[in-house]
Design a protein around this ligand. Structure first.
Ligand code: MTE
Ligand code: MO
Length: 370
């Protein structure tokens, strides 16, 4: 058997890495799949990042070969290939690394990175599919002879028409992918919902577990304890008969999506604090979720700011099960990860501990919007 040419291996590794990235990436991208993954999402994300970085390192090593390889092609084909590589190598990696680092600063850069990452991926899907298809069809053909020089690469000789087709394919993929992600949670009133989603954005439902805690109105209690003079235990009915507070505020997830002017209703956190009377040494607050996994911590004074509420209504409706029924915290100046869902215990404590994401991914302790 003839030994395979280096290009063959470069091509093969390239293909495998791209396919693994597309597969793991689509799990992170499609909301339904991501929710399904629940608590393993974090590990999958790490895996995806590691493969992504390997891909970049590999690309760097492969660059000289890619250039040599491109020389065998016509001028415009050469330009096309090099642009494609650059776009992917630079665009994908730069945005990917920014997302991987999980900076909580500069929400704008983060949102732009997500958009670029997604857009490049959607753009590349038709290209990858066509590539695989061409390779499959032509795998048994004899190498093409061109001016005495043998072109080793059979799958990639493309015509101008192929490029046009690929671009149309890319635009289609782009639209289909956009539908998936941006217009996902459609209500029965399709077009109305579409309008709202475009204007407001929508909540990607996040949970670190794959099952939601069940809310039982009869037995549910909110416990407020720890370093307080008067611990409290409130039923849901007691909670909603208290003086409520309604206001509108944007919601920002640190991973890049936002929902504009969300209407919140609940009880001011201050009122609870006035009732339980924290002791002097109680400087921090730890909150627990009924999912028994997620926790968050705050400085007590942070929670006395304007419009910090224990919310039981969102957009005029009772909190839905996957959005934290019956109660979640909302702090208008903090990122979404501080908005703990299925809140059922508030503990006033002396020392600060880390919350779920602060511990797992090093999210900023205070989570203020920037
Ligand atoms: N119990 C619990 N609360 C949680 C989370 C979670 O995984 N579990 N995710 C947080 C994050 S990171 C965000 S962005 C918001 C998402 O709110 P939503 O699911 O209503 O869109 O919930 C926050 N509260
Ligand atoms: Mo988030």
């Amino acid at each position: 058997m003839k030994p395979k040419h280096t290009y063959y291996y470069i091509h093969l590794i390239h293909a495998i890495l791209i396919l693994v990235l597309l597969a793991t990436g689509s799990f992170l991208y499609v909301p339904a799949l991501r929710t399904f993954l629940g608590e393993y999402r974090y590990e999958l994300r790490q895996f995806h990042s590691i493969i992504g970085i390997s891909y970049f390192i590999f690309l760097c090593f492969a660059v000289p070969s890619v250039f040599r390889y491109a020389r065998a092609h016509r001028r415009w084909q050469k330009t096309f290939h090099i642009c494609l590589q650059l776009l992917l190598g630079v665009g994908w990696t730069a945005s990917g690394i920014y997302l991987w680092l999980n900076y909580t600063e500069y929400l704008g850069i983060r949102q732009a990175s997500i958009l670029l990452h997604d857009a490049l991926t959607l753009f590349i899907i038709p290209w990858v599919s066509a590539h695989i298809l061409l390779w499959y069809i032509r795998r048994n053909q004899k190498p093409v002879r061109k001016g005495g020089r043998e072109s080793r690469d059979r799958g990639i000789l493309i015509s101008r028409r192929d490029v046009l087709l690929l671009f149309s394919g890319a635009i289609l993929a782009f639209m289909a992918g956009g539908l998936f992600r941006w217009f996902q949670p459609l209500s029965p009133r399709f077009l109305n919902a579409l309008e709202t989603v475009k204007r407001k954005g929508y909540f990607r439902i996040y949970s670190v577990r794959s099952d939601n805690p069940v809310f039982n109105r009869e037995t549910w209690r909110l416990t407020v304890d720890g370093l307080v003079e008067k611990p409290a235990s409130l039923s849901f009915d007691e909670l909603i008969t208290r003086k409520s507070h309604t206001f509108t505020s944007d919601f920002h997830c640190v991973t890049g999506w936002s929902v504009n002017s969300v209407k919140w209703k609940g009880i001011p956190f201050r009122d609870i604090i006035n009732q339980v009377k924290p002791k002097e040494e109680g400087a921090y607050v730890r909150m627990y979720s009924a999912d028994r996994l997620y926790t968050e911590t705050y400085e007590l004074t942070q929670l006395l700011e304007e419009n910090v509420i224990l919310a039981y209504e969102l957009e005029g409706k009772q909190l839905s099960e996957n959005q934290g029924a019956p109660l979640r915290l909302f702090h208008p100046n903090m990122y979404g990860y501080k908005s703990i869902k299925w809140l059922n215990r508030i503990e006033i404590v002396k020392d600060r501990e880390l919350g779920y994401w602060e511990e797992k991914e090093g999210y900023d302790l205070n989570g203020y919007l920037r």
